[in-house]
Design a protein around this ligand. Structure first.
Ligand SMILES: CC(C)(COP(=O)(O)OP(=O)(O)OC[C@H]1O[C@@H](n2cnc3c(N)ncnc32)[C@H](O)[C@@H]1OP(=O)(O)O)[C@@H](O)C(=O)NCCC(=O)NCCS
Length: 216
């Protein structure tokens, strides 16, 4: 049995998270600068699974500031190999929606998007399973990097971005909140590995009350 903890990243975690992303860098995830990581941590929007105080998985909601509004891009999800197959990406996704409901309710559902490479099968499946749906495009603040993207000229007709673009609706967000509140702490992978999760996220009574009211 492996024991892991789920918690929100704190300011003192920043160097460890930057090192984790360097070490585990994966062609499927967009590289984030140390500044982007620090900003997301300080917003309270990076979540970590740790085993014996070592980061074994990370995920975040990265804010784009545009005309007084915050747009969130869900990204930066890496689950290291020994911890794959326990649906930890699903827990991250549902935790990020709880974060949105509690702290940035004005941004949901229309200012939350995620972008996934078309050939990243596990991630596309997970994100659709959490209720995200494919969109042709996203609001302008998300699409600005496409303007200078090298792949732009070779995109098939009708395709606006080399990543799949996913948005979500309110009903699916509620389902995510329910998923988070009801997620089992004990998990078994298809290979028979067992995992026990201790979560310190959104334990506060007032926060629990808000989350429960959303799914009532
Ligand atoms: C995508 C990712 C976060 C999913 O991790 P996860 O939450 O553990 O995935 P799941 O629990 O849904 O895994 C379901 C099954 O797919 C398998 N799987 C998961 N990721 C896999 C991968 N990258 N390659 C092949 N198989 C994978 C799991 O082993 C599991 O198999 P099982 O059903 O036989 O047990 C993880 O693969 C990862 O960190 N990949 C690299 C970075 C990345 O792609 N990030 C997301 C960018 S959008």
């Amino acid at each position: 049995m492996m024991d892991i903890t789920l918690r929100r990243a704190e300011h003192s975690d920043i160097p460890g998270i930057v090192a984790f992303y360097e070490r585990e860098s994966d062609p499927n995830i967009l590289r984030r600068s140390a500044r982007e990581v620090a900003n997301a941590v300080d917003l309270g929007a990076i979540f970590l699974f740790l085993e014996r105080n070592q980061i074994v998985a990370a995920s975040g909601a990265f804010a784009i500031h545009f005309r007084e509004e915050l747009y969130f891009e869900y990204g930066g999800t890496i689950v290291t190999r020994p911890f794959r197959g326990f649906d930890l990406q699903d827990i991250f996704t549902s935790a990020r929606f709880c974060f949105g409901v509690l702290f940035y309710p004005e941004s949901i559902p229309d200012r939350v998007y995620t972008f996934i490479k078309p050939d990243n099968a596990p991630s596309n499946e997970n994100i659709k399973g959490r209720g995200f749906s494919l969109r042709e495009t996203a609001p302008n603040p998300y699409m600005r990097p496409c303007g200078t993207c090298k792949s732009r000229a070779s995109l098939p007709p009708g395709r606006r971005c080399c990543y799949n673009i996913y948005g979500i609706d309110m009903e699916a967000i509620r389902r995510n909140v329910r998923y988070f509140l009801e997620a089992s702490a004990e998990r078994t992978s298809s290979k028979g590995m067992r995992l026990e999760i201790t979560s310190t996220l959104f334990r506060d009574a007032r926060q629990r009350a808000i989350l429960h009211s959303v799914i009532a």
